[in-house]
Design a protein. Structure first.
Lengths: 227, 408
């Protein structure tokens, strides 16, 4: 009996520890009922005005709310948070205008990110016209990252557009991105790294179409200075 | 005093650059035995700059007592730290301090010290040793200081305990006003009568009651700092151990409390009071004190917003793999660090710590639906970075954020 007790004791402890460890695997807190309560009154008011505007335009409000929460987490002051939420709102609205009503939330978010690094509405519209049911999210994420890493904007957009036309898949774009990242870390100039790596991607679709007209014009912005 | 536990706590919680300036203004009252209470209007400006490797601070006080302004307590501190490696960090610190109680009791001191900290996420210990040189006091040698301490956090409270030992030589005097408690002769009446010539010796035939005395005293001190929303409270108490010559009755125990209530983000009302022990190494007597005033604080470089070091190179691998329906397992290989956290839109931008699974392996299971997500990674409380191996974009808040596309 005592031997059984000696065996059961440690086993129980072991199971309890394992259960505890498993429970600790995921420690996400429950979502706050009102996460924007972390904003001060003035900032919250400005953010909520933009959330209401986004709702009326059918834009994804979650992205704007997330931007405000990100600002809080990164200890940005209220003015900075409002500025950034406004920038995201405008870019989402421009992305919707460029991609059309059929664009998914992810595509809109990725396109908004691309607009913020300098890709134009005309270029986005060109991508949207040639999408053929394909998702634009990954190419746009890769495009925004490449420009952020220092690839000249025109080089990045034309290369991505050509790959898109040649039928490159999401894995091709991600593979391209990894290769360019490695080359940049090794010391290669960002633009050269992209052109070299793009040549390695096989053509999977129709031959390249003419790239979009040189995007000299900036995307149209809101005439309402408050938005 | 040379040593408290505050440095350790500061390093435990502070990891980004910040520049803080403060101006305190208010009334100060202090008293010591045998004197009338001294009241003064005090203006105390100060600044502090800190990042992961360096901390510099200075503070001064201008006192208006009667009609004259007087330069009161002040000091400057410079600290340098090594990088945190496996929870261990070394520290070198130098201080220059001026203390002013009243026109007859004032002192300057220079000191330097080294410390070794062992830190964990919610607590740590340290050991240190240093030397101090008081000026214009009866101590005729440098003061050797040894210290050790422990700190931990319980919710919004930080609790510290420290032991500090002082060893120095001073000129001791047998005076006629010795109390009954302190009536034991300090100095031998003749060199031949000295029982322990190594600890007490004549300094001159013309000074029959003055001699060199080797003093040792040990302070045991505890501090609780509690911070919640708009209020900060600090309570301090201590006990001193040593022989009767070195530890007078009014310095065996002490306690004090201060509170600050933040009225706005840059203005606080401050009140405090209590008792401070004597500082025999510096010739400063014990005193009671009370303060009441306001404090203006301004952070030209706000806390945690300035990148000081990108520790991405520490990350040997960062991976996300599907671990079930709408569940991702995040795995990172990062050696020599104490904490790894992530946050993103999927956590409502609340930092979540990864769980250490080995020497350099960190893991976490997170619910994450298919689609596009943003993610940041933080190591040892440092700057938020985009995880390596993930496309990144500027976040609009002076940093970068990683972008994940989770497929269905």
């Amino acid at each position: 009996m005592s031997a059984l007790r000696r065996t059961i004791g440690p086993l129980t402890l072991l199971l309890a520890s394992a259960a505890s460890a498993a429970a600790q695997d995921s420690v996400l807190p429950a979502r706050e009922l009102d996460p924007l309560a972390r904003l001060n009154v003035a900032t919250r008011y400005s953010v909520e005005v933009m959330l209401d505007s986004a709702k009326m335009l059918g834009l994804p409000t979650r992205v704007l709310e997330s931007t405000a929460l990100e600002g809080i987490a990164k200890r940005a002051d209220g003015r900075r948070i409002v500025t950034q939420v406004r920038l995201v709102f405008r870019s989402l609205r421009d992305a919707r205008a460029a991609l059309g009503l059929s664009a998914s939330t992810d595509e809109l978010t990725a396109a908004a990110g691309a607009l913020r690094v300098g890709i134009t509405n005309a270029e986005l519209s060109y991508l949207a016209r040639t999408r053929h049911e394909k998702q634009l999210t990954v190419p746009l994420v890769v495009l925004a990252d490449l420009v952020t890493r220092g690839v000249p904007r025109d080089t990045a957009s034309q290369t991505i557009f050509q790959l898109w036309q040649r039928g490159a898949a999401d894995d091709d774009f991600l593979g391209l991105w990894r290769g360019v990242e490695r080359d940049i870390v090794s010391g290669t100039a960002p633009g050269v790294a992209l052109l070299n790596r793009a040549r390695e991607i096989p053509t999977r679709g129709s031959p390249p179409a003419a790239p979009p007209a040189a995007p000299g014009a900036r995307p149209e912005r809101s005439e309402n200075p408050n938005l | 005093m040379l040593t408290t536990g505050e440095h350790a706590v500061a390093q435990g919680t502070q990891s980004s650059s910040e520049l803080e300036t403060r101006l305190e203004a208010g009334a100060v009252m202090s008293s010591k035995p045998g004197t009338l209470p001294l009241g003064a209007l005090a203006f105390t400006p100060g600044f502090r700059y800190a990042n992961q490797r360096l901390s510099a601070s200075a503070r001064g006080a201008a006192w208006l007592g009667g009609k004259n302004w007087q330069l009161g307590d002040g000091g400057a501190t410079l600290e340098a730290f090594t990088p945190l490696l496996y929870g261990v960090r070394a520290e070198l610190a130098a201080n220059a301090i001026r203390s002013f109680h009243d026109p007859t009791v004032q002192n300057d001191q220079l000191d330097a010290q080294g410390r070794l900290h062992l830190m964990r996420q919610r607590g740590g210990v340290w050991l240190g040793s240093g030397v101090a040189r008081p000026l214009r006091v009866a101590a005729v040698s440098n003061v050797n200081v040894s210290s050790g301490g422990i700190w931990t956090k319980f919710g919004p409270a930080t609790i510290r305990g420290s032991v500090t030992s002082f060893f120095f030589t001073k000129i001791a005097v047998d005076s006629a006003d010795n109390t009954a408690e302190n009536s034991t002769p300090v100095c031998p009446t003749h060199p031949a009568a000295a029982a322990e010539p190594t600890t007490a010796a004549f300094v001159g035939a013309a000074a029959p009651i003055g001699c060199r005395h080797q003093s040792r005293l040990t302070d045991l001190e505890g501090t609780v700092h509690w911070q919640h929303r708009l209020m900060e409270v600090t309570v301090r108490g201590g006990q001193r151990f040593g022989d009767r010559l070195d530890v007078t009755a009014d310095s065996r125990q002490w306690a004090s409390a201060t509170a600050a209530v933040w009225i706005t983000s840059q203005l606080a009302a401050v009140a405090g009071g209590g008792r401070e022990p004597a500082q025999p190494t510096r010739g400063l007597p014990a005193r009671s004190f009370g303060t009441l005033g306001v404090m203006l604080a301004y952070w030209p470089i706000p806390r945690g917003t300035v990148p000081v070091e990108t520790p991405a190179a520490l990350v040997h691998a960062f991976e996300m793999r599907a671990a079930g329906a709408e569940l991702q397992r995040i795995t990172a290989r990062i050696g020599g660090v104490e904490t790894v956290e992530i946050m993103g839109d999927f956590t409502d931008w609340t930092p979540i710590p990864l769980i250490r699974r080995g020497r350099d392996l960190w893991e976490l299971l997170v619910p994450m639906a298919a689609g596009m997500h943003q993610i940041n990674l933080r190591i040892d409380g440092g700057q938020w970075i985009a995880p390596p191996g993930v496309p990144a974009i500027k976040d609009g808040f002076n940093g970068e954020v990683g972008v994940l596309v989770i497929r269905q």
